[in-house]
Write a protein that binds this ligand. Sequence first.
Ligand code: GDP
Length: 717
Amino acid sequence: MGFSDISSKNSPKREYPLERTRNIGIAAHIDAGKTTTTERILYYTGVVHKIGEVHEGTAVTDWMAQERERGITITSAAISCAWETKDGPFNGHEHRINIIDTPGHVDFTAEVERSLRVLDGAVAVFCAVGGVQPQSETVWRQADKYSVPRIAFINKMDRTGADFFAVIEEMRDKLGANAHALFLPIGAEEDFVGLIDLVSMKAIYFDESDELGVKFDVKDIPAELREQAGAHRETLIEAISDFDDVVAEKYLSGEELKEDELKIALRKATTSIQFIGVIPGSAFKNKGVQSLLDAVVNYLPSPLDLPPMVGHNSKEEDVELGPDDSGKFAGLAFKLWTDPFVGKLVFFRVYSGKLEKGTQVYNPRSRKMERVSRLLIMKADARDDIDVAYSGDICAMIGVKNVKTGDTLCEKSLDVALEPPTFPEPVISMSIEPNTTADQEKMSLALSRLSDEDPTFQVSSNEETGQTLIAGMGELHLEIIRDRLFREFKVQARAGKPEIAYRETISKSARGEGKFVRQSGGKGQYGHAVIEIEPNKQGAGVEVVSEIVGGAIPKEFIKPTMDGIYEAAKNGVVAAYPVIDFKVRIVDGSFHDVDSSEMAFKMAGIFALRDAMKNAGPILLEPIMSVEVTTPEDYQGEVMGDLNRRRGRIQNMETKTNACIISSMVPLEAMFGYATDVRSLSKGRANYSMEPSNFEEVPTSLLESITQTTYREPVRT
Ligand code: GDP
């Protein structure tokens, strides 16, 4: 996509042509300044007229009351704003920037992944003092996985100890990023007074008399910094010459490069994901944010710059969905939100075609059509009703009820499913009950709504005891759910002890048969199914296919048979935990003209799976956490010994200016109480982060104690 084609090829009714749309996320380690940076962006883009400080709890992106209290951002709300670059090929053109909030806490990695899927580019915020912290690495790797082009903002340049170049070095070392400065800081810490733009070779001085930092002066680069600036510009040009022939040629022949030529090459380099442009700033002191916004517009891709999204139709064929308003509509619901004023909002990204309000959309998962009654663009301080959502847009719809996070919504004839993001299995569960029994129904309703919003949060209930179980990605995750129950749904609930969410799977293929026959007088029952099961890869969940040919099981009874199999998979044969990562093929069966019913085949499905599982080498799985401990070298031995005692496997060890970073894999079962233990072990000096990694077989030596102490009644959802 060149710069020349600024006018829109698309419908003249579009407010912003696709070329001038940027869908971005802001990703950061907690405390690096994501909220403050987002705040300032909204301020500079004119959406917010008064700067709300984080510590006053008025930041607009922090929608949820508890986020304000905790000071972390856990929802992925999308906010739209507009920015006009003052220079460059896009000069004078207003761009729409949609900011999709990405959560910063490890317990919410699934939310991060989900929001990364709908982004075209991201701003990674690092702290100029803290540098690349463990969680920034996690988010970075996720952005790599989803091929998200990035620019980096090194924030907090005003803080004591700020070191712009050290953070760039760290990005190269730890993240393997081909990171290069786009701007150099003039001064640091208290004396951070401006930036040198390595593209225009001008110095930008912040106007200190302007408290809001809107004004700045552009001057010549001061003599003492000219050499340094020249050297950095040289390496920058060298780094991007690989991506652009014009720049390569001129660079080699020593010819001067025009600003626009450099910008085009920088854009190509950034979009290729092989290059990261870095900008220093201080969001808090209103420094550098305007340059960051210019870079977002100049270098991060528009939906047109990226390859089309690929979905699958019901025949399992690939369907390319390019950003074209005249194509058939397809979009991805990436966030559900209950708004106190307008009710249930579904945030979605349009991949192709356009969607008009008042029309129907098709959901391939539920096979239902639903009417979209309103379309909204969310701004920091307002919700704007719109009539049409165009390709590349990110907005919210109202009216559709039966939608879950990750669902595709499309035109019926397209019948396409965009591959949903892979969501990890929950690792922790607890029982929950309302303080007053009158609230039971309200609680169930609220929990089911919350699990629609958040695929990593699951609810199940035990029919016999009436107990409700909730499961999620960590204790904090479940604690926040309980908090939301109270705040948003006014249900006070007590939770039981957190328990490990064990899973079961099979280790070999087997055949099984299920028969449900009652034929003694009156209307009988007859259902019969034969299945074959085999292990499947991690994350595959439960996959059931029918290979029935010739009507051994009549068509109308296939789905009930499958339902029975899914039902039985909720309780494995080892210790009644859900069974995952296996594939079932329904291969044979029989029926009776009069006595066969849906119910009989459902029972046959249940019996068939239980039968097959017994012969398939069933095993119990436990969640394994990826744990990273940062400790002073003095305590390295103790920390490692302790991890070993916890059945941990050390993966890597790295020493960094007298701190040691130990990466390991440890079963979650052995991590309870770790926060306290690691603190006392290291006299409070070590800290750690952990996140779910995978599931592994429970060692035989522990199997008995686990199945005995955690024996559960069979659970039905
Ligand atoms: P988040 O957790 O990444 O969203 O970070 P916040 O935006 O909430 O910032 C964390 C803390 O750092 C807050 O107390 C901010 O006021 C402070 N902060 C953010 N940006 C800057 C900055 O540029 N300089 C300084 N000195 N502090 C900052």
